[in-house]
Design a protein around this ligand. Structure first.
Ligand code: DGT
Ligand code: MG
Length: 469
């Protein structure tokens, strides 16, 4: 290690949000090891584990943004996020091909069981530990124990464990997005629907689908979610979930106390739950044919996702989204086309305003499967079915907060953590999914695009694809 090129060192900022990180990079064997250590610390979940987990993640982010493959730990001199412990792990991998500490965890039964159990929807480290303490080894053991809790998420999570563990594909995300957009246009033609989360960052699969919705007419967004869920229920696509109300108030932006905005959670209206995805979502023919027929078809998954999204914005909607009725016959669920010019737009806006005011339907509608007993949920899961259970988050933001919500719900989680800390430490600004607040001046900084959010933060704009820290 006498002659190591450290010329790259000064190019890289201390802040992950300044550096950016793409999905693929040249240090995967190192980041995979560091993120396993992070995951292990998160699962242990004892006193100092949170900061240990964070330290591993920060180090992993440094490696993700290196423009070269690491060949010597000396190349990391000067990086504040690379501590002694991390350096040892990296040196072991460089010298021996693997780190004993990482391999021990990888082969540990406890780690395997913790991962297995925390993969159940609604199960965190504490419940997983209690299951291990009961001597349970597998999902089958937990299932055998029968009714063990009152949390519906766990009963449904256990019944549909295999479905929910199978990653959601981009194809499914696009099919679902199209369906939501179609239904939303019927409810409120000017509504805006965006797939956020990992899919927006270019991931080809995910553990759920996160969809953010808004309406350009501030206030008109308040009723759309219950209407949308009603429409999805009519299409027999809703299995089980829960609504949370919008509990945001503008005083929260400046409230520094515990009662104010906690960094991890937002106060938007949302529906979090499990939906039925017909198998046809996997093989959506219209999207497929659009791809197949294009001569200038972009090749990467990321471009493809962008491409089909652009098409959808032009209101070319797949027509074969279907409703699976009780006897499993397929019938059209939704067909909708919509053309707009400015005059029409303002007329539509007026009509929607009136409709929204007239609408007084309750937030929580009765859904088809809402009241199933645990036994009935299990027999539903074991029935002969042509659909898959999928985790879905639907979030509604007022338009005035939309671009902050978009940044927050696009993630990654670590990108959010870093950019929020940067805003606070470097600029004295408080960033959340609801907005940006200047603590010194006591004023909020509104934004009408994601670019403007980054400008307020004095950061170069980062495309969602570059937010994979
Ligand atoms: P995935 O679904 O495993 O492929 O990965 P992501 O990146 O889509 O992660 P996910 O679905 O857990 O969350 C999507 C983004 O939304 C993530 O970057 C953090 C953010 N997010 C999730 N839950 C909350 C929440 O309760 N409040 C706020 N403000 N943001 C959240
Ligand atoms: Mg997600």
């Amino acid at each position: 290690a006498d002659h190591v090129d450290t010329s790259n060192v000064t190019e890289v900022s201390d802040w992950a949000c300044k550096r950016g990180a793409t999905l693929t990079h040249c240090n995967e064997k190192f980041t995979e090891a560091l993120e396993l250590l992070q995951n292990h610390a998160e699962l242990r979940n004892e006193a100092s584990d949170y900061s240990r987990a964070l330290a591993f993640r920060r180090a992993s982010c440094v490696l993700k943004s290196l423009p070269f493959a690491l060949t010597d730990v000396q190349q990391l001199i000067g990086y504040k996020d690379i501590g002694e412990h991390v350096r040892k792990v990296l040196a072991d991998i460089l010298d021996y091909g693997s780190s004993p500490e990482v391999e021990e965890i990888r082969n540990s039964e406890w780690f395997h069981k913790m991962k297995l159990f925390t993969n159940v929807f609604g199960v965190g480290p504490a419940i997983a530990k209690s299951w291990i303490d009961k001597g349970w080894q597998s999902i089958a053991d937990v299932r055998l124990a029968g009714s063990i809790n009152k949390d519906w998420r766990i009963s449904w999570g256990l019944a549909f464990y295999e479905d929910l563990l199978t990653p959601v594909t981009m194809q499914e995300a696009e099919a679902f997005e199209t369906l939501i957009r179609t239904e939303m246009k019927k409810i409120s033609p000017l509504s805006i629907v965006t797939v956020t989360g990992g899919f927006r960052r270019g991931k080809s699969n995910g553990h759920d689908i996160d969809i953010l919705m808004t309406h350009p007419d501030e206030g008109a967004e308040t009723n759309i979610l219950s209407k949308l869920m009603g429409a999805l229920n009519k299409c027999d696509l809703v299995l089980k979930g829960y609504f949370t109300q919008n509990t945001f108030s503008s005083e929260m932006l400046s409230d520094d106390s515990k009662k104010g905005l906690r960094s991890h959670f937002d106060h938007f209206e949302k529906w979090i739950g499990i939906c039925k995805f017909p198998k046809s979502f996997q093989t959506d023919r219209k999207l497929q044919s659009v791809r197949d027929s294009s001569e200038t078809l972009p090749e990467s998954a990321q471009q493809l996702s962008h491409y089909s999204r652009t098409i959808q914005h032009q209101d070319v909607l797949p027509s074969e989204h279907v409703n699976i009725s009780a006897d499993n016959t397929m019938s059209p669920c939704s067909k909708h086309t919509f053309k707009t010019d400015d005059k029409q737009k303002s007329l539509t806006l007026k009509r929607e305003r009136t409709e929204m005011l007239e609408d007084s339907s309750p937030k929580s509608k009765r859904f088809k499967y809402e009241d199933l007993s645990e036994k009935e949920v299990i027999s539903l899961a074991n029935s002969d079915r042509n659909w898959t259970a999928r985790r879905v988050d639907l979030i509604v933001s007022p338009y005035s907060q939309y671009y902050y919500a978009l940044v927050g719900w696009t993630g990654s989680k670590h990108f959010n953590r870093d950019i929020r800390l940067y805003a606070q430490k470097v600029l004295g600004l408080r960033l959340t999914s609801h907005g940006l607040f200047d603590m010194k001046k006591g004023e909020a900084l509104p934004a009408s695009s994601e670019e403007e959010v980054f400008r307020h933060l004095q950061l170069p704009y980062r495309d969602p694809m570059e937010r994979n820290c």
